[in-house]
Design a protein around this ligand. Structure first.
Ligand code: DGY
Length: 320
């Protein structure tokens, strides 16, 4: 790639074609063909004096990586909403902006959460398995029954953009929505949902529970929290695997306390605890809640918008 005075941007994770094309058009962009690891990013930045980096999970930058970056780097952009692969506070201290893409994936993630709620409640994994093995036996009126969404109470932990988008969809399915967050939302955002001041107080009322908070720190869902859910509850997680004690979840699923679970995220991705695959009452997907053509383009474009803003001396559009 010819050297010139344009901003040097390293795209350290694979991005959709449209995003790569725009990056090449607007910046002096180096676009990786396979996801780079963190130290390769640092080495590349040093060798090429880049000013901006777009990273993903594998190329996430912790304190030791950020400390080793050259002073040319002004922004680390993420195309994701979650930034648990980054030491945001340390980067900020070093004067490096860190951005994310919080709006781009809201609608897709909320759609996918409904998919998990419906698939887990309506035994989609089991029905799929039956059909793929040839069916061959009609079911009677009392066999293979699921749980309907209509009329159930959905507990939402985290009433941010995604939590609220899930609430809107769930109301369309005739669910009663309750939620908990650090503070109560304004009535216009609440839109009829009922606030509980703590997870602990909300859980016993949550026939279906879905998480929409960032990961990191101690798990939010341990044995105590699963035990607090009503017997026969459906548990859904499209947020982060670190929010869940997976032994406790496994036990709640095998003891019959939970009816089922719909999971898109896991503690040890991409190597999921194999016990989950052996359970009939779990609907599993490989961290794909934002995986549509439209949303992935939008996530990448948001990262590029942030790079352009910061390198033009403006504030980051989406500081993480
Ligand atoms: C996000 O953006 O946080 C999604 O989970 C994809 O990583």
């Amino acid at each position: 790639m010819p050297e010139n005075n344009r901003t040097k941007l390293l795209i350290a994770r694979r991005v959709p074609q449209a995003v790569a094309a725009r990056a090449i058009d607007e910046f002096q962009a180096y676009v990786t063909e396979s996801d780079m690891d963190s130290w390769s990013v640092v080495d590349f930045c040093k060798t090429h004096n880049v000013q901006a980096v777009l990273v993903g999970k594998k190329s996430g930058l912790q304190k030791e990586h950020i400390a080793a970056l050259p002073p040319t780097v002004k922004i680390i952009a993420n195309a994701s909403a979650g930034v648990d692969h980054m030491d945001v506070a340390y980067a900020r201290k070093q004067g490096i902006a860190v951005t994310n893409a919080p709006d781009a994936l809201t609608e897709c993630t909320a759609d996918f959460t409904m998919l998990l709620i419906l698939a887990a409640g309506r035994r989609a994994a089991e029905y799929g398995k039956i059909m793929r093995s040839g069916w061959g036996k009609s079911f009677g009126m009392t066999e293979m029954l699921g749980k309907r969404a209509n009329g159930k109470t959905l507990g939402i932990v985290g009433f941010g953009r995604i939590g609220r988008a899930v609430a809107r969809r769930a109301q369309g399915f005739g669910m009663r929505v309750i939620y908990t967050d650090i503070v109560r939302a304004a009535p216009s955002l609440e839109n009829g949902a009922t606030f509980y001041p703590s997870v602990r107080e909300m859980l016993p009322h949550s026939e279906v529970l879905t998480l929409h908070v960032p990961g990191g720190g101690e798990p939010l869902m341990t044995k105590e929290e699963f035990d607090s859910l009503p017997k026969g509850a459906v548990f859904v997680n499209a947020a982060r695997g670190a929010l869940v004690d997976e032994d406790a979840l496994y036990n709640a699923l095998t003891s019959g306390h939970l009816f089922s679970a719909g999971l898109d995220v896991y503690r040890n991705e991409p190597n999921v605890d194999p016990r989950f695959a052996s359970l009939e009452n779990v609907f599993l997907t490989p961290h794909m809640a934002s995986a549509t053509v439209e949303t992935r383009d939008q996530m990448g474009f948001t990262a590029l918008d942030n790079v352009a803003a910061v390198l033009n001396g403006k504030s980051a559009l989406n500081p993480a």
